[in-house]
Design a protein around this ligand. Structure first.
Ligand SMILES: [Zn+2]
Length: 286
């Protein structure tokens, strides 16, 4: 089975994302790691979509906040570091406090690249292990969220809104900074698809992602610019089944290779994995 070392496990989750309030149209130049300013952008046909990297950033940022509320320390499989600031990463590029740097690790493992990969995984925080870091590949792939009913979209559904810029120094509204922007109206629905690859199921790494998605399902998350004006509330629903391929199970792998389809996982089973993760997180506290 050694040929399948790079593919051990895959879980494909799908569903819909519904805008409960309007979502602003932006430039799409969102930093994947920050996830603070997710917006919809337009495709070549001027139809709105949400870039997968943007949704992934928002999901990650939300999971980081939740994990930190339980585990304030980070590193070696615990907590959530701050991937936006090098000195606050679980593995910084230069030594910080007692944390070993990527520089040191690369020297230590000069002749042992696979040993380096294992060590990087080992030292990384709970969230980097799943969502990746500059040194570690992400296990989460988020496709662009396209309109659920593209045939129902027409261009004048974009709403034009008026914004007022705020002067940074005086924090007062400035006449010169009035601007218009477009928004996609409430009620618009997008399809989402997330693939989790090679998650360590004993550490409930799949459950961590589902746990974050569940918060979106409960309508507790806002996306997008213009948040102060009540834009960007979303709710997420899961499709009835997810699809799973466990390549470490010989029969399951043969079924997959024969039919091209994985095992169907019910919605209840999907949610149970979030609960498993939450229990693990709570149990390892302190
Ligand atoms: Zn980290």
């Amino acid at each position: 089975m050694s040929d399948f070392q790079t593919f051990r496990y895959r879980l494909r989750l799908t569903g819909r994302l519904r805008l409960e309030t309007a979502l602003r149209v932006g430039s799409g130049l969102t930093d994947e790691l920050s996830g603070t300013d997710i917006a919809v952008v337009k495709d070549a046909q001027r139809r709105p979509y949400i870039p997968g990297s943007s949704f992934k950033g928002a999901l990650r940022a939300h999971i980081e906040r939740l994990v930190r509320s339980v585990e304030s320390e980070f590193g070696s499989g615990k907590g959530a570091c701050n991937p936006m600031r090098d000195e606050e990463r679980c593995i910084p590029s230069k030594p910080v406090d007692s944390r070993v740097s990527i520089e040191q690790l690369r020297r230590n493992f000069e002749n042992n690249p696979s040993g380096l990969d294992d060590e990087l995984y080992c030292l990384s925080c709970r969230v980097c292990r799943v969502f990746g870091s500059p040194w570690l590949a992400s296990k989460v792939l988020v496709k662009d969220l396209l309109l659920a009913e593209p045939e129902l979209w027409f261009d004048r559904r974009y709403q034009v809104r008026h914004g007022v810029g705020i002067e940074r120094d005086s924090e007062t509204a400035s006449r010169g900074l009035l601007y218009d922007y477009e928004a996609v109206p409430a009620g618009t629905e997008f399809r989402w698809e997330i693939v989790i690859e090679n998650a360590d199921r004993e550490r409930a790494e799949d459950g961590l992602v589902i746990w974050g998605l569940r918060e979106f399902a409960n309508g507790r998350v806002r996306l997008g610019g213009g948040r102060s004006r009540g834009l960007g509330w979303v709710t997420l629903t899961f499709d009835e089944y997810a699809e799973e391929v466990d390549a470490t199970d010989r029969q399951a792998l043969l079924d997959y290779l024969t039919t091209g389809r994985g095992r169907l996982v019910s919605h209840d089973e999907v949610l149970a994995r979030a609960a498993t993760f939450a229990r693990m997180l709570a149990g390892e506290e302190g």
